[in-house]
Ligand binder design. Structure first.
Ligand code: SF4
Length: 647
């Protein structure tokens, strides 16, 4: 860990002289100084930069003294995943050595080791210092070559496999060429601003593992920089593939700086929020120039993707008149109000090409916003929603003409039977660009449980091909989520994404289920906990009634008790059947073939293990005999431990 210097907003410092003045917040072309050892080393841009406006200044307050910030000690990676270790796979890419992270779970039986996808990022770094800059060399080489266009889509279309593509492919156990082809076709994106050097790249597309996004960010009434950094770390340790900083309160610029310098995952924003802050909270004060300057400021900081509601057109707004809940998107309502104030077209639509030029220079991906998404079941799939989706398709194709990476945002609140129409239309109208949906929530009657109502919709639309699922926390509609809510939301969405991957037939997803089911059937309780999404919670639920150590090998739990454990009865049946079969084979003088063991998720470090021939609706071939041996071994262990559950 480096211990020199502090993470400060160098642009704020430069502009305001760090003397308590207001930050100018424009940040265009402002360079970080040598006085900040952990700051981004940003070479000057060679392409002509759009000139910033001086009409509006940020109202961001100066960042607090970083040394005065009080970061709480979060539970560590080891606390969250007690039987896991973080490992790195060395991957050679055209002379560059890539260190690709994964989490290795140690098991007492089954395959022995099991590797899973890991988003937690480098551990043990002080937030004041930020994370190591993994991509420094990759980006520096491109800038030294003078690449004016640096988007992943641009490289992919040139037939170039970038380090980001190779890295993302290795995380998924795929051929880098496959990733390149999907990015070139626009069916996948790798959000990776050239200024976000701390990033561990990932690929978002429907042919890859389904990804999840966690929203963080302060509001005008709650939170602090420390809390937002804590939420970022907490979200990524539990599996968030991307985060969106949706801050709408104070210190927006500084909060984002802290988030970016500590984020191993892509960071998205909704820039109109900061534009509104700069306009003093008055929508009327937002101009294209102000918005453009905000984009450049955020691009310079390293934001990887933007939600821009350019598809909210003047002619769409009357279509919302008869809705039950009107326009519920914050960004959508701001753009709609601006349209109506002057009876003019949405400036983001009018300036789409200018926005694309900024994206192209930094490789900021676009997440074309769904500003007219339905806010309740009643409004789902209405004319306003689909009119905007159609415009999203037009904007997508225009972005691709400039090699800008794009995904499309989708709803929202949609009943189960109306979900497929959303996916169908998005694929058709937006030419298979990745779909990114908020839930959708499949009912409106469960405030306090909307992580569940939305995870149902997320699993459903994920199975149909949505690439990125934006989480919803239990606090949705009720308040700003805290750290615990973030965990609840992430876990709900990890399981929604995994369920979607299973339904899509993703082999890596199936392997993890098989491994956990195998542990469950063998009563390897510790392995069952450790293969789960949240090992500590799983163990605590088990131990609430059977905390004794022998219970970790017992052939039952407190759900059914020892006499009614169907798993145990099933094992006894198998034993009987096998004994009969063996007797018959002995008679015929036949021998059994050696069994194979299950492999790992994502086909990684222990992939050398024999793969099971997974059979539809049954245990993988060869697994039954292994299970038999495992059961006998666990039974023996239980006896040796005293066979005592109830004292
Ligand atoms: S007791 Fe019931 S719930 Fe527990 S392991 Fe056996 S079958 Fe499963």
């Amino acid at each position: 860990m480096q211990a020199t210097g502090s993470l400060r907003c160098e642009r704020a410092k430069t502009a305001a002289g760090w003397t308590g003045q207001r930050c100018q917040g424009l940040c265009t072309g402002a360079r970080r100084t040598a006085a900040a050892p952990r700051a981004v080393a940003a070479p000057p841009d060679t392409a002509a930069a759009p000139e910033p406006s001086t009409a509006k200044l940020s109202v961001n307050r100066p960042q607090k003294d970083p040394e005065a910030l009080q970061f709480r000690q979060l539970p560590t990676f080891q606390d969250c995943f007690p039987a896991s270790e973080k490992h790195y796979r060395e991957v050679e890419h055209e002379g560059t050595q890539l260190r690709v992270p994964f989490r290795r779970v140690s098991l007492t039986g089954g395959s022995g080791l099991f590797d899973v996808y890991d988003t937690s990022g480098p551990q043990g770094f002080d937030p004041r210092q930020g994370l190591p800059k993994l991509r420094s060399g990759w980006v520096a080489a491109r800038e030294a070559r003078g690449d004016a266009v640096c988007t992943q889509m641009h490289y992919a279309r040139q037939g170039i496999v970038t380090e980001e593509m190779a890295f993302a492919a290795a995380r998924e156990g795929l051929d880098p060429e496959f990733v390149r082809a999907e990015v070139a076709a626009g069916r996948a994106i790798i959000p990776a601003n050239k200024r976000h050097l701390e990033l561990e790249p990932c690929v978002v597309g429907r042919k890859f593992l389904t990804k999840i996004n966690a929203n963080i960010g302060n509001s005008a009434v709650s939170s602090s920089i420390e809390e937002e950094v804590e939420k970022l770390q907490w979200a990524t340790i539990w599996g968030a593939d991307t985060v969106m900083d949706l801050s709408t309160g104070t210190n927006i610029h500084e909060t984002r700086e802290w988030v970016l310098r500590n984020s191993p995952v892509p960071v998205g924003t909704v820039p109109i929020y900061q534009a509104l802050e700069k306009a003093g909270g008055e929508v009327e004060g937002i101009t294209w120039e102000l918005f453009r300057d905000t984009l450049i400021e955020q691009a310079e900081q390293g934001v990887d993707y933007w939600t821009i509601h350019a598809g909210v057109l003047l002619r769409h707004i009357p279509l919302t008149a008869n809705r039950l809940t009107g326009i519920v998107s914050r960004g959508g309502s701001i753009h709609a109000k601006l349209c109506l104030l002057d009876h003019k077209e949405n400036f983001a639509y009018e300036h789409w090409d200018d926005i694309l030029d900024i994206c192209r220079r930094y490789d900021v991906a676009l997440s074309i916003g769904d500003g007219l998404r339905p806010g309740c079941q009643y409004d789902a799939n209405d004319a306003a929603q689909f009119a905007e989706l159609l415009t999203q398709g037009e904007l997508t194709r225009r972005a691709w003409e400039k090699d800008v990476q794009v995904m499309n945002e989708g709803p929202g609140h949609v009943p189960l039977h109306k979900i497929p129409e959303n996916m169908r239309k998005q694929l058709e109208w937006c030419n298979e660009a990745p779909f990114y949906t908020l839930g959708p929530l499949v009912t409106d009657i469960a405030p306090g449980y909307d992580h569940i109502t939305s995870a149902i919709g997320a699993a459903t639309i994920g199975a149909l091909g949505t690439a990125l699922l934006c989480y919803v926390t239990p606090k949705e509609h009720l308040g700003l989520p805290d750290r615990d809510d973030v965990k609840q939301g992430v876990i709900a969405y990890k399981l929604a994404a995994h369920a979607a991957d299973l339904a899509k037939g993703h082999p890596a997803a199936q392997r993890r289920d098989d491994e956990l089911s195998w542990a469950r059937f063998e009563f390897r309780w510790a392995d069952q906990f450790n293969l789960s999404l949240d090992p500590v919670t799983a163990r605590s639920f088990h131990d609430a009634t059977l905390p004794q150590e022998p219970a970790k090998t017992a052939h039952f739990c407190s759900m059914c008790g020892p006499k009614f454990c169907s798993m145990n009865i099933s094992q006894e049946l198998r034993q009987l059947a096998q004994q009969g079969e063996q007797a018959q084979q002995a008679q015929q003088g036949e021998q059994h073939a050696a069994p194979a063991a299950p492999a790992t998720e994502a086909g990684s470090a222990v992939q050398a293990r024999a793969e099971p021939a997974a059979g539809e609706g049954g245990a993988p071939a060869g697994q039954e005999q292994s299970a038999e041996e495992g059961m006998q071994r666990m039974s023996q262990q239980f006896k040796e431990m005293g066979a005592q559950i109830y004292h």
